[in-house]
Design a protein around this ligand. Structure first.
Ligand code: SAH
Length: 284
C-alpha cells in the first residue's frame, strides 16, 4: 500500500532533511539567538553564509549580519514596538516572492523562530504558497539572556517549572491566567513586557505574589550592550522608570533570579562563583 505523504510534510523539511544544504527557491527560517554570534548553531552559521537573499529583523545583531555573504541581497523588515516598519502580510509576500524567483532565502529572526517570533505564521504562509521551507531552531532569549545574567531558570531548590509569557497587549489587554501564573514555586519569563510592567506588577501582586519577589531585567542580553539588573516586584515599576529601561528587555520573575547571588564573591572587579558558599547553600 502506498502511503500518501501529506503535502505539508513534503514542503516542510523533517528529520534528516534538516541537514541538507540550501536549495534554490527554499526559505529557511533561521533562529539567530539573542545576539552573541557565538550562540548561533553550526547550521545557522552555515546557511546564513549560503543565503542569496536575507530578510532580517531588528533583533538580529550587526555581528550576525556581518556573517552574511557580501553578494547577498539584504532586506530589513524590523519593527519597533508600535512602529511596524513592514506589516506582517507584506513580509510574508516578500518572502514568497523572493523564493519564487529561485533565490536561497534566509529569514533570520532573533532567538528562536517559534518562540514569540511569528515563525509559525510565516511557515503557514509558505506552505499555502507551496514553497519548500525549513526552520533552524535558535537559542531563545529566555535561555541565552538568563544564562548570561547568572539566572538558572529551573533550579530545583527553588522552583518546579517555568512559563514563558508575552507582555504584548492584544486589543489593549493583557489577557493572561494570572492566578495560575502568580506562584512562588514557579519561574515566569516575560517577553516584550517592558511597556506593560504596570499591568504585570499589579496583576501578580493582586494574585498573591509578595512584594519581595525577586525580579531580573536583562536588556540587550548577550550582545556587546548586555545589561542586567535585579529588583523586586514591589519596586519594579519605579525601577524601570528610573533606569529608563527600554526594549529589548526580558523580565524574569521568581526566586531563581537570586539563586546564585549569595554565591558571588567580588574580586578584582570581576564576579566569581564561590564554590565554598555554593556547597554550603546546597547543604542547607
Ligand atoms: N523569537 C525571540 C523573541 C522575539 S519577541 C526569541 O526566541 O528570543 C521579542 C522580545 O524578546 C523582546 O521584547 C525581549 O523581551 C526578548 N528578547 C529578545 N532578544 C533579547 C535580548 N537580546 N535581550 C533581552 N531581551 C530579548
Amino acid at each position: 500500500m502506498k502511503i500518501e505523504v501529506p503535502k505539508h510534510r513534503q514542503l516542510l523539511a523533517s528529520g534528516n532533511q534538516n541537514r541538507r544544504d540550501f536549495l534554490d527557491g527554499e526559505v529557511v527560517l533561521i533562529g539567530a539567538g539573542p545576539g552573541d554570534p557565538e550562540l548561533l548553531t553550526v547550521r545557522a552559521h552555515r546557511l546564513i553564509q549560503q543565503a542569496e537573499c536575507v530578510i532580517y529583523d531588528r533583533l538580529v545583531s550587526d555581528e550576525i549580519m556581518a556573517l552574511v555573504s557580501t553578494d547577498a541581497e539584504r532586506i530589513y523588515v524590523g519593527k519597533k514596538c508600535a512602529d511596524h516598519a513592514v506589516p506582517q502580510e507584506q513580509i510574508n509576500e516578500l518572502i514568497v516572492e523572493k523564493a519564487r524567483s529561485g533565490q536561497k532565502v534566509a529569514r533570520i529572526k532573533g532567538g528562536d523562530p517559534f518562540i514569540f517570533g511569528r515563525g509559525g505564521e510565516e511557515v503557514q504562509e509558505l506552505l499555502q504558497a507551496g514553497i519548500p521551507c525549513r526552520v533552524v531552531p535558535g537559542i531563545t532569549a529566555a535561555s541565552g539572556c538568563t544564562t548570561y545574567a547568572g539566572i538558572p531558570l529551573t533550579h530545583r531548590d527553588f522552583v518546579h517549572g517555568c512559563t514563558f509569557i508575552t507582555g504584548h497587549l492584544k486589543n489593549d489587554k493583557l489577557d493572561l491566567p494570572w492566578q495560575a501564573l502568580a506562584r512562588e514555586d514557579h519561574t515566569l519569563v516575560v517577553y516584550m513586557g517592558i511597556k506593560t510592567v504596570p499591568v504585570l506588577a499589579r496583576e501578580l501582586l493582586q494574585n498573591g505574589l509578595p512584594e519581595s519577589t525577586p525580579i531580573g531585567l536583562i536588556s540587550n542580553g548577550t550582545t556587546v550592550d548586555h545589561r542586567d539588573y535585579r529588583t523586586t516586584l514591589g519596586e519594579l515599576v519605579e525601577f524601570v522608570k528610573v533606569h529608563q529601561i527600554q526594549p529589548p528587555t526580558l523580565i524574569v520573575v521568581g526566586k531563581v533570579v537570586n539563586a546564585l547571588q549569595d554565591d558571588i564573591v567580588e574580586g578584582d572587579g570581576e564576579s566569581k562563583i564561590s564554590s565554598s558558599s555554593w556547597e554550603q547553600r546546597r547543604a542547607i
